[in-house]
Design a protein around this ligand. Structure first.
Ligand code: PMP
Length: 357
């Protein structure tokens, strides 16, 4: 697992995560990173003593929203691009084409901005205008496709991305298939967690989208200590943890198919979490811990707290928090939105002078 050359080739960052926290010093002794890519990963762990006050074990959070692009997906953006360069399938001046509506797009766009690639992201028309604007702000082109057509329709999300990816000099990273996705967690996230906890980690909790995080971190940690438990946090409606497959509102996790990047055998325990529990737990995290988190963080925190209830006092449980709540201010951080979706009975209406005084 500790093949450094493979690490730097796969992850693109020449830093040994076990050697200690990364510290950049330039040739004149100044503490300056050479570029933003060098600041990806090596995110901190923090204790969640408020949220976990009613459970015995120590609950820690890995703060992936502190990556430069705001999510865990920064790690795989650069890794998939550098793996493709090394394999000779992505050439200078090439175009990166990916069907993505969010965090992976940002990770790919940052790496592409630095490396001079063109990015074309294909999104279904249900994606919020904020997310489209965000990807465009990084210089990516975004093609919006109708959701109401059949997959084999030439206008569909699938047809358009396949056609774009077949153009000369185009490369489709395909985060659901690309093994650089789980690999980057074997070489960065997993070793960071091992070093940061001094090997004192009993369980790792995360949501599963592509499954890259769970598979990569799980493989690394179980290789170091076979008794580390991997806990999967899954939305109600996802195929991973149950047969009742239906839509849900939490973004970035759960699926209705089994991706190549996910090894289901790595998960020891599944928790099936409702949208309501996910969103209300994310809100508690913002208010009680002061950590503004995304909806899938709420799912993982709920699963982590449920799992912690049955564990011994001296156990250490780490929950990975993939992104920030900034992208969800008009969704579950908005009281009216919560009430409209039936997650609370009435919006408090706080926001007018009368409500506050
Ligand atoms: N949460 C959010 C907000 C995400 O964007 C993703 C990535 N799809 C995940 C969780 C899950 O990560 P992974 O794809 O590694 O399973």
């Amino acid at each position: 697992v500790s093949d450094r050359s493979l690490y730097s080739r796969t992850v693109g960052i020449d830093h040994d995560p076990l050697a200690g926290p990364r510290r950049h010093v330039d040739e004149r002794g100044r503490e300056v990173a050479p570029d933003l890519l060098a600041l990806m990963g090596d995110t901190p762990l923090v204790r969640l003593d408020r949220l976990s006050k009613d459970v015995g074990p120590t609950l820690l959070a890995k703060l992936e929203m502190l990556n430069p692009g705001g999510s865990v997906k920064d790690r795989i953006g650069i890794a998939m691009i550098e793996a493709a360069e090394a394999a000779g399938v992505l050439h200078p001046g090439g175009t990166i084409v990916e069907p993505t509506s969010g965090n992976t797009g940002v990770g790919l766009a940052i790496a592409s901005a630095r490396k001079g690639y063109r990015c074309v992201f294909v999104v279904p028309d249900k994606v919020s205008t904020d997310k489209i604007s965000l990807m465009r702000a990084y210089g990516a082109e975004v093609v919006v496709c109708p959701t109401s057509v059949e997959p084999d329709d030439p206008r569909s999300y699938y047809s358009v991305s396949d056609r774009l990816a077949a153009q000369p000099n185009a490369f489709k990273p395909n985060q659901y298939f690309n093994q650089a996705n789980p690999q980057t967690h074997v070489f960065s996230t997993g070793p960071e967690l091992w070093r940061q906890t001094n090997g004192l980690i009993d369980a790792f909790v995360c949501g599963v989208g592509t499954g890259g995080t769970a598979t990569g971190v799980g493989r690394y940690l179980k290789d170091r200590n076979a008794s580390v438990q991997i806990v999967g946090a899954d939305p109600e409606g996802s195929l991973y943890s149950g047969d009742e497959v239906h839509t849900y509102l939490v973004e970035g996790i759960g699926e209705d198919f089994w991706p190549q990047t996910f090894d289901p055998a790595i998960v020891d325990h599944w928790y099936r979490v409702s949208d309501r529990d996910s969103f209300l737990t994310a809100r508690r995290c913002a208010r009680e811990e002061g950590i503004l988190v995304g909806g899938s963080c709420g799912t993982a925190l709920w699963a982590g707290l449920e799992y912690a209830r049955d564990q011994p006092e001296d156990a250490t449980i780490v929950v990975l928090l993939p992104d920030s709540g900034r992208g969800y201010l008009s969704k579950f951080y908005d009281e009216r939105w919560l009430a409209e979706h039936g997650f609370v009975e009435h919006a408090s209406g706080a926001g007018t002078v009368g409500d506050v005084l």
